[in-house]
Design a protein around this ligand. Sequence first.
Ligand code: ADP
Length: 262
Amino acid sequence: MDWIEELRQERKNKRIGREILFFSEIDSTNSKAREEALRGAKEGTIIIADAQTRGRGRLGRPWESPPGMNLYASMILRPAIPLADAAAMPLLTGIAVAKGLGRSTGAAAGIKWPNDILVGGKKIAGILAEAEAAGERVRFIIMGVGVNVNVGADEMPSSLKETATSLRIVTGRELSRARVAAAVFEEMEEVYALFEEKGFAGRLRNEWNRLSVVNGKWATLSTLKESWAGKVLGIDEDGALLFQDEQGRTRRFIAGDVSLRY
Ligand code: ADP
């Protein structure tokens, strides 16, 4: 596909996207990336598909992945970090996606913890991290990114009409997948280098909090076991969400879903 060639040219001397494997249809780019990583694919290799037949979000939830219009990409990363630090990876990828969409289209993209990318309160992109450990260390991490680029409002499944949007819907024009992808990967290259050099706690944490659309908002925080009403405070140095419950106690969450209470 032409846009893939354009993207390859754009990323050819870079780290993220040095090699791009393209499939016109695949079950899931994350699954394929995992296979390639197990076979020894180099860090920075990216799997892209024009369509996914079983695109996934977190907890096995499906990611709608029609052909010919959107971006479905999974990056293979091999950070030399302890497994405990891997929790920051989806957060820094959220920063890269939000900034990349903004940079390539002007869309005001924000992050809803942990890593939904929203424009105007609607989901425009999702991130799925899957890590493989070797003892206490990370062997590789697959960072999957799905971006609704050119899907039109009338093409969205009815179950997503209220909650999802696309770059085309918010900007009113058809966008180049190559340009959007190149911007996301370039931002990823920058935040990943910063993470390796300085960790998540400083500048990246601040950037995340700046891009967050939930900080300071009243929300319901649900884990698999329970849910809490309260106010979102932001994320701490380890990337956990700080949440003040209705009794005024601060609670800390490493996983869960936030829904805003308007
Ligand atoms: P992530 O946090 O990685 O976005 P989710 O589990 O929240 O993962 O994503 C899956 C959910 O997102 C689905 O249950 C569905 O509600 C919604 N969804 C599925 N496909 C799309 C899409 N193309 N655009 C926006 N939202 C979608």
